[in-house]
Every structure is written in structure tokens, then in C-alpha cells.
Design a protein around this ligand. Structure first.
Ligand code: PNS
Length: 160
């Protein structure tokens, strides 16, 4: 049984995130999605909101559970009993940072990171763009899962 960890800040989750998680759920026996703090970003949504958005976006994926974790990714992987970390790569611009993190995590705890290439239709998509579009009243319905689209629009429109 191979258990995968899909970590991220998910502020908010996008259709790109969900596609990677769904693909991981087919490749591995089970998947833990972990909302983890990224020290380079100031999240707007609370961890509870992000866990709720992810749960609502993943109701049809039966072998996935969602948690939040405050700390190092390697400690989260240990706590979740994960054998492998799964990350999506959108473009070469993601690669330097993701490679550095994968190598550091392997140095810290021997955990392997598997990279899935993002669907090209989602490669331009980021949570920060979704936040900006929602903040200024743009249409985010094709950018985030339909189950959370209205709440994302409302939540970020009110956040300033
Ligand atoms: O969705 P993101 O913002 O790209 O996710 C990044 C995240 C949260 C996975 C990354 O910042 C992380 O692993 N944070 C936990 C702290 C940690 O372990 N840092 C050392 C990694 S080299």
C-alpha cells in the first residue's frame, strides 16, 4: 500500500490543484492532502477554510483525506505515514524551487518527491491570480472547483 502526501498552501485550491490530487489518487492507494503554511506567503484563508474548501472539492475522490499541519513537510509526511510526496509542476519557473525543496526534504528524511506535469490548460493558473480576479469582481468559476466557486468569489471580494 503506497500512501502519498499532496502538500500545498491552497489559498484557495484551484482546478489545477484538484486535477493533480485526482491523478495522484489513481496512481497511489491513498492520498493525504495537507494544508501547510508556506513561510514565503501570507495566507488570507484560515487553515479551517482551506481544509473545508478542499473537502468540498474532493467529495467524489474516496481514497483522499484532508488535514492541516503547522511545521515541516517532512514531519507532516511522518505523521501522515506518507511514503511519497506528490507535487505538480506547471512550468520551468516552478522547477528550481521545487527541486530544491525535494532535495532538502530527501536530505532531512529520505522521502521521495514525485512530480506530475500539470495539464497545459492549467499551467497559467495560480492561487494568487484567483485571489486577484475575485478581489476585483472577475469570474473565477472556471478557475476553482464549482463546489467552492461562489464562496471563493465572496470570500476574497470581502477580504480587503
Ligand atoms: O502551494 P505551495 O505554497 O507551493 O506549497 C508550499 C509548501 C507549503 C508545500 C512548502 O512551503 C512547505 O513544504 N512548507 C513547510 C515548511 C518546510 O518543510 N520547509 C522546508 C522545505 S525545504
Amino acid at each position: 500500500m503506497t500512501h502519498a502526501l499532496c502538500p500545498g498552501s491552497f489559498d484557495p485550491p484551484t482546478v489545477g490543484h484538484i486535477e493533480i490530487i485526482e491523478r495522484a489518487s489513481k496512481l497511489f492507494d491513498s492520498v493525504t492532502v495537507a494544508v501547510i503554511r508556506n513561510s514565503t506567503k501570507n495566507a488570507i484563508l484560515t487553515s479551517e477554510e482551506r481544509v473545508d474548501f478542499l473537502n468540498r472539492s474532493l467529495v467524489d475522490v474516496k481514497n483522499v483525506n484532508v488535514i492541516s499541519f503547522d511545521g515541516l513537510l517532512v514531519d507532516c509526511a511522518k505523521q501522515a505515514n506518507a511514503d511519497v510526496v506528490v507535487k505538480g509542476l506547471r512550468a520551468i519557473s516552478d522547477f528550481d524551487y521545487e527541486l530544491q525543496m525535494a532535495q532538502m526534504n530527501r536530505q532531512l528524511s529520505h522521502i521521495e518527491t514525485v512530480f506530475l506535469s500539470t495539464n497545459p490548460g492549467h499551467s497559467f493558473l495560480s492561487s494568487s491570480m484567483v485571489r486577484d480576479i475575485a478581489r476585483y469582481g472577475g469570474d473565477v468559476s472556471s478557475l476553482v472547483p464549482s463546489a467552492i466557486a461562489d464562496d471563493v468569489a465572496t470570500r476574497f471580494a470581502l477580504s480587503d
